[in-house]
Structure formats: C-alpha cells, structure tokens
Write a protein that binds this ligand. Structure first.
Ligand SMILES: [Zn+2]
Length: 315
C-alpha cells in the first residue's frame, strides 16, 4: 500500500495545496448533455510559477492542466490521466496529468532558441504555433498490472481546446465541446475551463440523434460559449452560480464538487530506486566532483541531491 502524501516525509518541499471545489460536475435534466466546470483558483499560479517559462508557454500549460482536470473527472479509474503533446515547434513536449484524486502536475520541454525566434516575430503565438505539427495523446494509466488505454491524434486546430475536440471527433463516440482559458490576472495566473459531453439519457432511452436531441445539444453549446474568462476567474462567483447563469433554463443539476491539488508523485525513495537500476559506470559518470548526484524532477522543478556512495547499482 502506498504511503499517503501527507505522511510521506520523503517527498520534496512543495506546496500542500487543495482546491476543494476545483471541479463541478453537472447535467441538464432530460437533455443529452453533461459537463464539468473547472477552476484551478490559486493552484494555477502555484503550479505555473514553479517553472521559469515565458508567459505564452505558461498560458498553454494552464489550459493543459484545466483540460486534464476536466477530462479525467468524467472517468471512473484509479491512477493517472495524462495529456502528452509532442510536436516540431518550440514547445517540443507538453505533459500534464491528473490523478483520480485530483492531483495535478505538468512540464513543458522548450527549445529556447526556437521559442525566442518565434516570440520575437509574434509575441502572442497560437498554441499550434508553439507546439508545431505532431501528435496529441491521452492516456489512462492504472498501474503496472492494468492495461493502459491510450488514444492518439495529429495536432489539428489553433488552440488546445480545438485540438482536444479534434481528438474526440476522431477517436471517441460522443460529441464534446470544450472551452479552456488561462491568463495572468491581478492575483497571478488563473486557469479553468468548461467541457460539455453529449450523452445518451438514463437507460439509453434518450433519442440521441433526433431533431430534439440535436437542438438541445446545440442550445447547450451556444449557452456555454457565452462564458467569459472574466466570469471564470471571478472568485466572488461560486461555480454553481456560474453554471446557473449559463443553464438556468435547461433544468440544470449540479453534482458533488471535486477537489484539485498540487500533485507531484516524486520522492527521494522513488528516485533512489530509479538510480539503483543504472550500472556503476553510469552512476560514476552522473556524479559530480564532490560525489553528489543531482536529479531534477521535471514536474515540480525540484533538485534532489544524493551521495554517490549511498547509491548502489543493483546490476
Ligand atoms: Zn516532482
């Protein structure tokens, strides 16, 4: 059994931050629509400012965090749900994941020279210009004993929401509408989003595909499009209030809110286990003159220091 995070003294010194109402699920009664409203609150700033990324990259990463929070919370699983985007742009790799308990993390791999060139020519690039051409993968990982579920599509669309909708249009059965937003505000970075999914009704009796169901889906997406980033980032508006503004005439039912948290799973013990799988020669090579091996967790941007003499190769 795994040690709960709060008891694990081997974890790095990173914030223990929980946003209780980070995800608010809802459905529209009698209509083929369910969804989730995601608001990262102060978590966005805490996660994004751990990395020294230029603003457009932080903005992209914030949307990626909102996306994995929104999508993972619709699934029944025990493990992690991840987004990985790999392209030939200045952000060559973007990874964001969310566990079934709502723990979020991300990292972006950047070609600094290519990014400088892009930003000099265009200070507000699209997500596609940052990522380039490549692919987007969504993966549900439930541990080594369970089969991994992964879907992959080409990068298509200007922004991350369009890329994710392209994913759903090509690899999933149901229609999906998404809005993702991230911006620097007076109180730091904010990020959030809204996802709508078209579903069959209770017991499969809903006539999905009929003119009525099509019209109801369309109405819901049109209402959803009226949500602004300003509203989403407004702390004085609760999530149920925000949803009520959008869907008060659509028999809105708001479900039990779910928490989001700062969540890297790195620990000294895990890194030592990993180091011990390297041969002695490699460990000697990794070791600095003072006999220290430094390992950096890319997700929480934290250095771990080990003494070479304390790490024994298992080989
Ligand atoms: Zn970490």
């Amino acid at each position: 059994m795994e040690t709960p995070a709060f008891l694990d003294r081997d974890r790095p010194d990173v914030p223990d931050l929980v946003i209780p109402g980070g995800i608010t699920p809802f459905h529209l009664d009698g209509r083929p629509v369910r969804g989730r409203l995601v608001r990262l609150g102060v978590l966005a700033d805490t996660l994004l400012t751990r990395h020294d990324n230029p603003a457009p990259v932080s903005c992209l990463a914030g949307k990626a965090l909102a996306l994995v929070a929104a999508l993972s919370s619709a699934l029944k699983f025990d493990g992690s749900f991840s987004l990985q985007v790999k392209g030939d742009g200045p952000v060559s790799m973007l990874v964001a994941d969310c566990t079934s308990t709502g723990a979020l993390r991300f990292y972006a791999r950047i070609d600094a020279e290519a990014l400088d060139t892009l930003l000099a020519a265009n200070p507000t690039p699209t997500d596609h210009e940052l990522l380039g051409n490549g692919y987007l993968a969504l993966t549900v990982d439930q541990g080594p004993d369970m089969e991994r579920h992964q879907g992959i599509v080409d990068i298509a669309g200007d922004d991350l929401a369009a890329m994710a909708m392209h994913y759903f249009a090509t690899s999933e059965q149901h229609a999906c509408w998404l809005m993702l937003t991230c911006a620097m505000t007076d109180t730091g970075w904010q990020a959030g989003g809204l996802v709508l999914e078209r579903i069959a009704g209770e017991g499969g009796v809903d006539p999905v595909g009929t003119a009525d169901a099509n019209a109801e889906w369309e109405t819901a997406t049109i209402l959803a499009m009226t949500l602004t980033a300003r509203e989403l980032f407004d702390d004085s508006l609760s999530s149920p209030q925000l949803l009520h503004r959008l869907f008060h005439e659509q028999d809105l039912h708001v479900g039990q809110a779910r928490a989001l948290a700062f969540g890297c799973r790195c620990s000294r013990a895990r890194l030592v286990d990993m180091l011990s799988t390297f041969p002695d020669d490699d460990l000697d090579h990794m070791s600095q003159d003072n006999g220290t091996i430094v390992m950096t967790c890319e997700f929480c941007n934290k250095d771990f220091h080990f003494q070479r003499k304390d790490v024994a190769a298992s080989a």
